[in-house]
Ligand binder design. Structure first.
Ligand code: GCW
Length: 768
């Protein structure tokens, strides 16, 4: 009975985690020995910054356009460097070295370094401050703002020149990466006139990294921050990390987990934080820290952390002053308070606003900010529908937060599920600053082994129309400040970066880091276009590769939704590990209802789905009337959110004419079929990819096919045990019994440090 489950599910983790790796390595070594040098094995370390040689006609075009590199030109405001050359700031030196590295790699030879433009094909880069030559050009740089750049083809000293200019050094670095991206993706560079500036001011990666080197929900090895080696040893990896971030415009990093250890605020660690901050700074990246609200007690030995207690206020004031002595350009705090066991102001009968303002007032004199998370809910079994709680708590506080507080909302009201409606707090807080938090690490989307491109999910989150001020009040317009005139704007993504050589656990997971950064810069950009760029830079520009790879990526998220949580289901995963199916998980001792799957699916013999209309929890009422009416109406509710808002009978007919049960089964099947198609498609692309990255991806797709089958079979088995309905014609019955699926439990996965096994030994099937 159990054998198939063990085969399908057991392979999904455990055994498979090692075998494919070993196989990949062996195959990689073998292939690289046999293969031509052009398909040399690659670890993925270079991400999308590979700068592999350009060939053919493109090489002629580009060579012509990048013969010499001019940093200063005609005198400079800076003091001369040791070599007599104008001194460049660390940021401009980073820009120059990236140009040298990029152009040498792409064009096969480094450009000549010149003091001024001496011939056609020069690249002149800098700011009016760094270059007198740039000062003389009619560039109108005010348009670029503080962080943007201009790339233009101009005649300089009678020579055709590509000018990469900005008001600030960091804009130049961003412009350099944008220019290199043009070459990497084979865009013409003959007549350039590009102006780009970010729509969102703070574009932040949140690391859920613990000080012991583990990473909560991290699936790419240990933390990249080597606390034991800091501040003395600065791994070159930090610089490569900073380069990658700057290449996509990320300009903030929260170094530690929101479930924060107070030690991060001790001088022992602040000196390490300062060392990292110094490495990141030339790349425009500011450092922020997650702080526990109880720090005045744990570190300051005070009796309370009450935000209204003057001793507590003074303690934070002193602590912040100390932090700025170590890290002069410190960005501020990220806080998870009164959430999942973390301490917060509620313990003292204070509001979230009083809690946030306590920290904000300590930071304000230094220009620091507080990113205050709204991911707050009660685990009391009798509490309100979980997805309503944050709104109920925060909405009445609109207008009570200090100007340097930004409320950090997850994209949906629950918790980074494969699909959720937008978080109703967006648009509900017009007098407060709001930012968006996305999860780049795929906690609920197959973790490291699944191939799920998150661009479409992020795009969906940004484009969701709240109707708060009528049509077009999208989440993007709220967080970029254009809807309510919010001045300080921000977006955060929970990082998927770790110590793995390939940074993200898999090659395709790198695309999620990339797309986050690029959408943070421009929330209106297209996820499809960004995927195309990423594929071209990460693998190859050959259309025979680009087209199918892009198709795989663009279908991948919907495939995962189909095999995990179709038709608006959510939170159906196994408890604890959040990996694999668990639609049967019900509340238990020490396990609150809203951490269980049955709370969300509400499946019975008669039907399935969570009634959030007025006859149910009325969560729809938290949305603007237009949206509320749409979600509440069975006829108008988007099909892919149906069971999020409605409880239906298994035999109700959907718009397709099929019954709900038949549709559900078809979605599960479609998810599996799509992943199988992805695997087949990838197999056809082997000849375009180096053996190492090919193998890793191919083996991971094998794992995903099995996981998709496992999800689909186990879910169908569970729901069928309730409704006792036959499967629609053509659908295959799950190969195992529900009992077997339920009994199968994976005790550990990467990314759940300190959680202990997710199952008792008796639950774990013994292999025969
Ligand atoms: O999704 C949940 C995760 C927790 C995480 C929490 C949060 C950092 O399972 O691991 O804690 O969200 O966002 O705070």
């Amino acid at each position: 009975m159990r054998s198939t489950v063990q085969r399908s599910a057991g392979r999904a983790r455990g055994a498979h985690r090692r075998v494919p790796f070993a196989a990949a390595l062996l195959a990689g070594l073998l292939c690289s020995a046999l293969a031509a040098p052009s398909v040399r094995a690659e670890s993925g370390y270079r991400l999308w910054l590979r700068y592999t040689p350009v060939h053919g006609a493109w090489l002629t075009r580009y060579r012509h356009a990048a013969t010499e590199l001019v940093a200063g030109g005609g005198g400079t405001a800076g003091a001369p460097g040791a070599s007599g050359a104008p001194a460049l700031s660390a940021t401009l030196r980073a820009a120059r070295s990236e140009l040298l590295r990029g152009l040498s790699g792409l064009l096969g030879r480094p450009p000549r370094l010149k003091r001024t433009v001496t011939g056609d094909g020069a690249i002149l880069f800098g700011t009016p401050r760094s270059s007198a030559l740039i000062r003389t050009l009619p560039l109108h740089l005010a348009r670029t703002g503080d962080q943007g750049y201009l790339i233009r083809t101009l005649q300089v000293h009678g020579h055709r020149t590509i000018v990469i200019a900005a008001r600030r050094d960091i804009g130049v670095l961003y412009g350099v990466f944008a220019f290199l991206r043009l070459l990497q993706t084979r865009r013409p560079v003959d007549h350039l006139d590009i102006l780009s500036r970010p729509k969102i001011r703070r574009r932040v990666l949140d690391f859920w990294d613990n000080l012991d080197g583990t990473v909560e929900r991290g699936y790419a090895g240990d933390s990249i921050w080597k606390w034991d080696e800091l501040p003395e040893y600065l791994s070159p990896r930090y610089t490569d990390f900073a380069r990658a971030c700057a290449s996509i415009g990320i300009n903030g990093v929260v170094l530690n987990n929101v479930n924060a250890s107070p030690f991060i605020l001790e001088p022992l660690y602040l000196v390490k934080v300062a060392a990292l901050a110094r490495v990141l700074r030339p790349y425009g990246i500011r450092v922020y820290l997650s702080v526990p609200f109880s720090a005045p007690i744990t570190l300051g030995k005070l009796a309370s952390a009450d935000p209204l207690d003057p001793a507590v206020q003074a303690w934070w004031g002193r602590k912040v002053a100390q932090i700025y002595r170590y890290v002069p350009h410190f960005g501020g705090f990220l806080t998870k308070a009164d959430s999942e066991g973390e301490p917060g102001p509620a313990q003292y009968g204070r509001t979230q606003a009083q809690g946030a303002n306590l920290l904000a007032r300590a930071l304000a004199p230094y220009g620091g900010i507080v990113m205050w998370r709204t991911f707050v809910y009660s685990t009391n079994p009798h509490s309100e529908d979980r997805v309503k709680q944050a709104y109920d708590l925060f909405k009445p506080l609109d207008g009570k937060f200090d100007p340097n507080v930004i409320l950090q909302n997850k994209n949906g009201p629950l918790d980074f599920q494969p699909r959720e409606p937008f978080n109703p707090l967006f648009g509900a807080m017009p007098k407060s600053n709001e930012m968006l938090e996305l999860e780049i690490t795929k906690e609920y989307l197959g973790q490291q082994t699944s191939l799920v491109y998150l661009g479409p999910l992020f795009e969906e989150a940004l484009r969701a129309d709240t109707w708060a001020m009528g049509r077009g009040s999208t989440v993007a317009r709220i967080i970029d400040g254009s809807l309510y005139g919010q001045r300080d704007t921000a977006i955060a993504g929970v990082a998927n970066i770790g110590s793995d050589r390939n940074w993200c656990g898999s090659i395709f997971n790198q695309a999620n880091w990339y797309v986050f950064g690029r959408l943070a810069w421009n929330p209106d950009a297209s996820a499809r276009r960004l995927a195309t760029q990423w594929v071209r830079m990460t693998f190859t520009n050959r259309p025979a590769f680009v087209r199918p790879a892009l198709k795989m990526m663009m279908r991948s998220r919907e495939a995962a939704v189909d095999y995990m949580d179709p038709l608006g289901l959510a939170s159906q995963m196994a408890a604890g590990t959040h990996f694999g199916p668990g639609p049967w998980v019900h509340p238990g001792r020490n396990f609150p209802p809203d951490w269980s799957s049955t709370y969300y699916n509400r499946a019975t013999a008669q039907g399935i789905g969570f009634n959030r209309t007025a006859t149910g929890s009325d969560a729809v009422a938290q949305y603007a009337p237009h949206v509320a009416a749409q979600f509440a109406s069975l006829a108008a509710c988007p099909q892919d959110l149906l069971l999020w808002f409605h409880h239906l009978s298994w035999t109700d007919r959907l718009r397709s004419g099929r019954t709900l049960w038949d549709s559900l089964v078809r979605h599960y099947d479609r998810g599996v079929t799509t992943v199988k198609w992805m695997r087949k498609t990838w197999a056809g692309l082997a000849k375009y990819v180096d053996p190492q990255r090919y193998r890793l991806t191919a083996d991971f797709l094998d794992i995903e096919v099995r996981d998709a089958e496992w999800w689909s079979d186990a879910s169908i088995a569970y729901f069928q045990s309730l409704n006792k309905l036959p499967l629609p014609p053509g659908a295959a019955a799950p190969p195992d019994s529900l009992k077997a699926y339920e009994a199968f439990c994976i005790p550990y996965v990467e990314g759940s440090p300190g959680a202990g096994p997710a199952c008792a030994p008796a639950d774990i099937p013994v292999p025969r």
